[in-house]
Design a binder for this molecule. Structure first.
Ligand code: NOJ
Length: 734
């Protein structure tokens, strides 16, 4: 977020001319209030729609029938610095008021949840991360930036880069999984895609890193719950994504709802000021999550709203989302000396600098021509294709017994499961601006390619099973494609679950289908790793297809029919049963590693290992690994391995490099991902993958937050997933 000297001078000039009220105005984020009949703030209404409490149609009805207050008078008076809306025309109108009618003519920064695409919705983060494709992560983020900016949005509440290891937490869907290295690559790429193309204001937005920090560690996977961890774990696992994103230039961040070791992240001076701003050097500002400041009273850490506001601003929280606590209390807090003008100025300088960097003083409006590109179901050239590419690369083949897949176009296919035909269910949590005409259901995707497809809904994630339909579905066909999983509303915010097995009657339906003797292909649509112990044992084929965005049906059909060989991997381990959560491959070494023997770290009634581990995913071909070599140079280890396509079709393999620090001054993980690369291999072809392990990345943080590089023995693992690897040992000095 580089500013020219002239831009810096303009920020200082504005700051010197602002009244306290105008400064506080910059620290206030507003969203349109719904007036009359429906007494809920806009952001809550959006959440209600995204978490399924109301449907998209109900949301639109409420929005069109209710009167909305866009706070024009407050904008005119300089009491609003930021708005949360997605309508380009309205955004133009409000910007015009800010720029032409407010005393200092400061534009609004317009923020919105553009999480995995805006109009061109691409896969949810946990799915996309499994593509292990840095270029793809960047390209999709850039597409989202362009679409956001075309709607007047210049600040997106993304990327969500919370490490999550407990799939009971509904928000695992929104983040890049359990591993700090993969998630950091994802974070860096997202920042590049959102922010780096600054040539034209139409091409970039300010990113907002969230949820800062350790929100994914909420106890027992229950949303908004407490988190507690050592300094070492915080720095080794939960902070690296944020550090990487700030290094890449991320402009802003959002404080998370949770408390961390007793201090809510909204008012946490250690995480906000000491680490994020002073140590990492976040250039822009920090916003609260919706209602976050007020919730500090409920947390019992603040006496009242004013006290919560005092703690938040002093801790380094620059902008208030969802409450009017800054607006209502900061003047009095400054006048009574509880908050200094320096603290206010620092916050306002950060906000103004971000607006300056975004070019909002010069290019605040969306043109008619830009708006036209999105008329009706229109999408700019190349966007639909990119969402399709992302969807295809994110599909993970978990099991393919007897090579039932790929299917043939000549087969007679019966499709079952209510999720199969629902085009509204393809986009996943936090997507709201898609046009239904652009969404392809799995049923439509298959029907477009195969002549003989018959559909029987039978049952969905909720409700009863239609036995009559099921009987028909299991007869008179060559193969049954069963689409099962979770509704979009079952993952995302406020959607934690104690039981993460397939919900409703779906398992019963699968049992009956299997009993019929027909080959059954199970396609999963879901936002979290599910507990699939029974399915893995009893079903011949399992395809994990997540929520893949608008082109989901086309991508799933391409994989099922073998037009492409699946190449996605898991960014998160899958358990056999819910009680195994949290489960992740890179856990610290115990003194009694789980094994068949009783007195080891295991359950009596469940496996000690993941059912499908991190990095896992099959293809229609097989890859063999050979000739692992590790060469040490001064600053890095170069690791090479030969990978051969030993099957009958071409395929793409993600080659993964892990390390284990054998002996260290703190207990270290059994394995840690350190690099990966993708290889396209023709039938019979062998390629040498070259991976790099930088010595500076082989250390860890201790409990004083100090980074240590300790000489000694390391195990270097390379393979196609985190479990099945070749291994070499290397003594390393730093
Ligand atoms: C609450 C969510 O936690 C956050 O992810 C989102 O960006 C804000 N609300 C704004 O909608």
């Amino acid at each position: 977020m580089k500013l020219t000297d002239a831009q810096k001078a303009k920020v200082e000039d504005l700051l010197s001319r602002m009244t306290l009220e105008e400064k506080i105005g910059q620290m206030n984020l507003e969203s349109p209030s719904i007036v009359g009949g429906f007494d809920v703030p806009f952001e809550e209404l959006i959440e209600m729609m995204t978490d399924g409490r109301i449907s998209k149609d109900e949301f639109e009805n409420i929005m069109s029938s209710a009167t909305r207050d866009f706070h024009e008078d407050d904008i005119r008076a300089g009491r609003v610095g930021s708005m949360m809306i997605d309508d380009p025309k309205k955004n133009n109108e409000l910007q015009k008021i800010a720029l032409e009618e407010s005393r200092l003519e400061i534009p609004l920064i317009i923020g919105f949840d553009v999480i995995h695409g805006f109009r061109s919705v691409y896969p949810i983060a946990i799915a996309e991360a499994g593509a292990f494709d840095r270029d793809l992560f960047e390209k999709t983020a850039h597409m989202a930036a362009v679409e956001a900016r075309a709607h007047g949005i210049n600040w997106t509440f993304a990327p969500m880069i919370d490490i999550a290891r407990d799939s009971r937490w509904g928000r695992v869907s929104e983040g890049p999984g359990e591993d700090p290295y993969l998630a950091s690559c994802f974070a860096r790429a997202k920042i590049r895609g959102l922010q780096n193309d600054t040539e034209s204001p139409e091409n970039y937005v300010a990113a907002c890193l969230k949820h800062y920090v350790a929100y994914g560690a909420c106890e027992s996977g229950r949303d908004y719950n407490t988190t507690s961890m050592s300094v070492s774990q915080l720095h080794n696992v939960y902070l690296p994504t944020f550090k990487a994103a700030v290094e890449e230039g991320a402009a802003t961040a959002m404080a998370s709802f949770n408390d961390l070791n007793g201090v809510p992240c909204t008012v946490n001076p250690y995480t906000l000021r000491t680490v994020l701003k002073d140590l990492y050097g976040l250039p822009g500002f920090v916003v609260s999550d919706a209602n976050g400041i007020k919730e500090c009273v409920t947390h019992g850490i603040a006496e009242d709203d004013a006290d919560a506001g005092r703690q938040a601003v002093n801790a380094g929280l620059d902008m208030d989302m969802g409450t009017h606590i800054y607006k209502d209390h900061l003047t009095e807090l400054v006048e009574s000396g509880k908050v200094t003008m320096d603290v206010i100025d620092d916050a306002v300088r950060r906000i103004l600098s971000t607006k300056m960097w975004l070019g909002l003083f010069d290019n605040p409006y969306v043109t008619e021509e830009t708006m036209k590109q999105y008329e009706g179901a229109n999408l700019p050239e190349g966007h639909a294709e990119l969402t399709l590419e992302a969807a295809e690369k994110s599909i993970v083949l978990l099991k393919n017994e007897n090579q039932i897949l790929p299917l043939k176009r000549s087969q007679k296919i019966n499709v079952v499961g209510a999720l199969a035909e629902n085009a509204k269910e393809v986009c996943g949590a936090w997507s709201m601006n898609w046009n239904e005409e652009n969404c392809v259901s799995i049923l439509d995707g298959l029907k477009k390619e195969v002549e003989d497809v018959t559909y029987y809904p039978c049952c969905g994630p909720e409700g009863e099973m239609n036995e009559e339909e099921l009987a028909k579905a299991a007869s008179d066909c060559d193969v049954v494609v069963a689409v099962v999983g979770e509704l979009v509303s079952m993952s995302g915010e406020a959607s934690s679950k104690a039981n993460i097995e397939l919900p409703g009657m779906q398992k019963e339906m699968l049992k009956k289908l299997i009993a019929s003797g027909k080959p059954v292909v199970t396609v999963l649509m879901n936002g979290r790793p599910l507990a699939l112990g029974w399915e893995a044992e009893n079903l011949p084929v399992i395809v994990e297809s997540w929520h893949l965005g608008i082109k989901m049906g086309t991508a799933v059909a391409a994989v099922l029919l073998g037009d492409i060989s699946p190449s996605g991997k898991l960014a998160s381990s899958f358990p056999s049963v819910s009680g195994q959560c949290p489960i992740y491959y890179n856990h610290p070494k115990t003194g009694r590693p789980g094994s068949k023997s009783k007195f080891t770290s295991r359950y009596l009634d469940a496996p000690f290992e993941a059912l499908y581990p991190f990095g896992y995913g099959l293809s229609y071909t097989t890859f063999t690994y050979d000739n692992l070599k590790v060469r040490e140079a001064e600053e890095e280890l170069t690791v090479t391995v030969d990978v051969r396509n030993a099957g009958a079709v071409a395929g793409t393999e993600t080659v993964q490099l892990y390390m284990q620090d054998v002996t260290a001054s703190l207990v270290r993980p059994v394995k840690e991902l350190k690099d990966f690369t993708k290889l396209d291999l023709d039938v019979g072809e062998t390629k040498t993958a070259t991976l790099t392990l930088k010595k500076k990345d082989m250390g860890f943080y201790d409990n004083d937050g100090k980074y240590l590089l300790e000489d000694g023995l390391f195990r270097i693992y390379v393979g196609g997933n985190s479990r099945d690897c070749l291994c070499e040992e290397a003594g390393v000095t730093f």
